[in-house]
Each structure stands twice: as C-alpha cells, then as structure tokens.
Design a binder for this molecule. Structure first.
Ligand code: NAD
Length: 257
C-alpha cells in the first residue's frame, strides 16, 4: 500500500498519537507536515528524522490550533493537503459548574473548531488534486460520556457531527471524511501517569492498568499509537473508498458495553 506522492498534514503531531500517525503515513510513503504550537529545534529535527527514516519529504510548521487564522494558515503553508488528520487536542477535568471558562473556550477551539478551519482550507486543495482524505481523531468520548469532562466530550461529539457533515458535502467526490474514536492509547503522557497511579493505589503496573485505568476498556489493554496510525493508513487506502461519514472505534470494546 503506497501513499507516495500524497501530502499529509497532521495537526498536533510533535508527540503522542499525532506523531504515531505521521510515522505510519510516512512509512506508507506519504510526505508529511508535522505541526504544533511550539517552534523548537527539536520540532524541526523530528521532521528531519522522519524524512531520513522513511525517505519522504517531511517538515514542521508551527501553527496554534486555538487560533482560526493559524489553523487555516497551516494548510496554506503546507501548499498541498491530500490527507488531513485533525488530531490536536487538550483536556481539562472539572465539574461543569466549576469548569474554567477559558479552558472550555480553549478545548472547543483546539479540539473542535480547528478541524472546521483546516477542513475548510484543505477541501479546495483536495478538489484541485482530485483526491482527498480527512481523518478526524475523536475519542470513545465522542460517542459516550464520563463526568467532569464537559468541554472535551462536547468537542469530541462535535467532531463526529462535523465528520458526518463534511462526508455528505463531499459524498459524490473522490474525498472521504471519517473519525477514529480511540479508547485509552499508550502515549508518553499516559505512560507517565502509570507510576503515579501505582503509588497512589499501592498496586503493581498490571493491576493498576486492569483495576484503575482500564476499567471501561474491556480488552484491558491500551491501543498503541501505531494502531491508530495503521487505522489512518487504512482509511487512506483504496479498500476504504466507500467508507465515509462514519466512526471507527479503536477502544478494546469500550463502546460495545
Ligand atoms: P498529546 O498531548 O501527546 O498530543 C497532543 C498534541 O496536540 C501535541 O502534539 C500537542 O503539542 C498538540 N497541541 C496541543 N495544543 C495545541 C495547539 N494549540 N496547537 C497545535 N497543537 C497543539 O496527546 P495524545 O494523547 O497524543 O492526543 C492526541 C489526540 O488524540 C487528541 O485529540 C486526544 O483528544 C485524542 N485521544 C487521545 C487518547 C489517549 O488515550 N491518549 C484517547 C482518545 C483520543
């Protein structure tokens, strides 16, 4: 399966799932544009590393997804955008009546509105190229809720609605739009929480994963960033041409409960 000649833009891709997706798209031959809101030498070195490892073009473009004009400018700066992965996201946990207003606004802007802006900017490029794939990273929390995550869950449900709408608007074109809904994914940030949870609960790693962190994930295993990347590559494959406007859960059975 090759994505040679395609350019993929992945928002929020200097760590975690976004970086995992960028790596799998590059492995499949796509040129990649990495992004986050920072502009550190390490960000550009990461892109250079991907270019060397996979023999593709890779670059890093700074753009803050909380700002509509920067989200749109990311696509303009990329120049081409055959594959758009809306992945940037943040979280805040608080009861709804105490939820900080600035956090609500930031989560809606980064986790939801940025996908609207990048998609609006990318669709004309996809139409001109005669091919396009939009992959939105929602969550199991785009399909179900948990307490204390009002903004995140509202944004992730919103991403599913945006996905369906864009799919209908592009249904007769060679463009698809889908959402991936991961449960727990083992990223460096999640990995870093495990020792703390082990200490708090006085449990070993396996027990804290089973009994504390993965109680809603029936497989009792986290997905890997490579698996989310692989699902993205599948959505870009010829086998997925008729898959549009839907969600693919990668959640170990969470949403089957
Ligand atoms: P992460 O914190 O490792 O990655 C988030 C990325 O978004 C980083 O690259 C960060 O720099 C970037 N980002 C944050 N604010 C930004 C901004 N204003 N502008 C541009 N980039 C910004 O977290 P992750 O777990 O890899 O999460 C990636 C996506 O996957 C998020 O949308 C998250 O909601 C979703 N998700 C994660 C899990 C999980 O278990 N890790 C589960 C379901 C969904």
């Amino acid at each position: 399966m090759t994505l040679g000649g395609k350019t993929a833009v992945i928002t929020g891709s200097n760590s975690g799932i976004g970086l995992g997706i960028a790596r799998e798209l590059a492995r499949a031959g796509a040129d990649v544009v990495l992004n986050s809101f920072t502009d550190a030498p390490a960000d550009h070195e990461m892109a250079a590393g991907l270019a060397q490892e996979f023999g593709v073009d890779a670059r890093y473009v700074k753009a803050d997804m909380s700002k509509p004009e920067e989200a749109r400018a990311l696509i303009a700066e990329a120049g081409a955008c055959d594959i758009l992965v809306n992945n940037a996201g943040i979280q805040c946990v608080a009861p709804v009546e105490e939820f900080p207003i600035d956090k609500w606004d930031a989560i809606i802007a980064i986790n939801l509105s940025s996908a609207f802006h990048t998609t609006a900017a990318a669709l004309p490029l996809m139409r001109a190229a005669g091919w396009g794939r939009v992959v939105n990273i929602s969550s199991a929390h785009g399909l179900t809720a948990s307490p204390y995550k009002a903004a995140y869950i509202a944004a992730k449900h919103g991403v599913v609605g945006l996905t369906k709408t864009v799919a209908l608007e592009t249904a007769e074109e060679p463009i698809t739009c889908n959402a991936i809904c991961p449960g727990y994914v083992l990223t460096p940030l999640v990995e870093a929480q495990i020792p703390e949870q082990m200490q708090v609960h006085g449990m070993d790693r396996e027990t804290v994963l089973r009994e504390v962190m993965l109680t809603r994930q029936p497989s009792r295993e986290m997905a890997s960033v490579e698996q989310i990347g692989g699902t993205t590559v599948f959505l870009c494959s010829d086998a997925a041409v008729q898959i549009t406007g839907t969600t693919i859960s990668v959640d170990g059975g969470w949403t089957a409960l």
